[in-house]
Design a binder for this molecule. Structure first.
Ligand code: NAP
Length: 341
């Protein structure tokens, strides 16, 4: 018997879809991605696994850590009958440092959406058949890949890839902070940070912003933002907390130190859609295209998508969770319409 619903992805979108689908008796099967060697995705559970304090997810008046929020969502989904695809004796064995919760995971290697039921192929070549599919594989923030950048991002040392998520934290208040990038996100994040920080440096590798004219004007006209042109960070300095950036001038090659109390990366995101191998329509940046922007339907009937894998605009845990809920309801309605019990 094919599955009624398989969900690929274990971030806020995937787990919320699982909670709703499980409560509708669909007994969803979740593929939570295998932890990667890349430190940005060292644990299953998506981008929140790299976030320390989450203060803007409704329902947590005193905040919650990213890994704990994800382990809560998983436990809530499992409580109503969600199954999580896993290996026997999976390695590495990963657990939440805060509450000891042990994560299950199993990568989906590829899918075949050309047949019905659809086929979901696991990393061990196992084939699962399913009538509906929700893709909630998210996107990964791009990082420079500097050793100390990743270490401090993981340990709450003042390095982040989301100013809207982390910028209001007390550690950044009144401090001089830096945003790396010259696109719309960098301008948006820098402008947002001026509400809390004493000064914001925008570090851009060229002498012209990529951001749209109106956004560029916003950065250039803000007295709290100073743009450092033709610069790239080559090192992040600091033990427990960031204290400075080592910058290299891309024109002269000159190296200098810039003391900062916070670092925000805004050099784009990469949606996790490579495993789809072109079977779903994507936009030119690789995000899944929705067939109807108000719903979660995709170019293949019975396949739904939710969260950052379709959303390059909002990229918040709560917006991803909201879309996960919509995707589960869309999948449930599809099964009812096709009289699949
Ligand atoms: P983006 O437009 O791709 O800009 C990325 C920026 O990071 C570029 O300035 C790029 O430099 C720089 N960069 C990339 N790799 C780098 C590296 N290794 N080292 C140093 N710098 C690096 O990405 P985005 O700003 O996240 O925007 C994504 C999409 O969302 C865009 O279409 C944007 O318009 C849209 N967006 C819109 C709004 C809004 O309208 N309010 C807000 C946010 C995002 P180069 O310029 O030299 O390539």
């Amino acid at each position: 018997m094919p599955e009624k619903l398989v969900i690929i992805g274990s971030g806020p979108a995937g787990w919320t879809a699982a909670i709703y689908a499980a409560r509708a008796n669909l007994e969803p099967l979740v593929f939570a991605g295998r932890p990667k060697q890349d430190p940005a995705t060292i644990l299953p559970g998506g981008q929140l696994m790299l976030t320390t304090e989450v203060e803007n997810f409704p329902g947590f008046p005193t905040g919650v850590t990213g890994p704990t929020l994800m382990s809560y969502l998983e436990q809530q989904a499992v409580r109503f009958g969600t199954r999580v695809q896993t290996d026997e004796g999976q390695t590495p064995d990963v657990s939440n440092p805060d509450d000891g919760h042990s994560y299950k995971y199993h990568d989906c290697k590829r899918v075949d959406l050309s047949c019905r039921p659809f086929k979901v192929i696991g990393e061990d070549n196992s084939v699962i058949e399913t009538n509906t599919l929700i893709v909630a594989t998210g996107a990964t923030a791009n990082w420079l890949g500097l050793e100390n950048e990743m270490r401090l991002a993981r340990t709450g040392g003042g390095v982040s890839a989301c100013a809207i998520c982390d910028g209001a934290l007390p550690i950044f208040r009144g401090k001089e902070v830096a945003v790396v990038g010259g696109g719309d996100s960098a301008v948006e994040e820098a402008s947002y940070l001026t509400k809390f920080a004493g000064k914001v440096y925008m570090i851009h590798r060229r002498d012209q912003l990529r951001a749209s004219k109106i956004m560029a004007q916003r950065a250039l006209g803000n007295p709290k933002i100073q743009i450092l042109w033709n610069k790239i960070p080559i090192d992040v300095l600091g033990q427990d907390r960031i204290r400075a950036l080592k910058l290299k001038d891309t024109v002269t090659g000159q190296v200098s130190d810039l003391p900062v109390g916070g670092l925000f990366m805004a050099i784009g995101h990469t949606p996790a859609t490579a495993f789809l191998e072109g079977q779903l329509e994507l936009d030119k940046k690789g995000y899944i295209k929705l067939a109807d922007s108000y719903r979660t339907t995709t170019s293949v009937d019975g396949v739904f998508a939710a969260g950052d894998v379709v959303d390059s605009v909002y990229r918040q845990a709560i917006t991803a969770a909201g879309m996960g809920c919509k995707a589960a309801i869309d999948a449930e309605r599809w099964l009812v319409e096709h009289e699949i019990e």
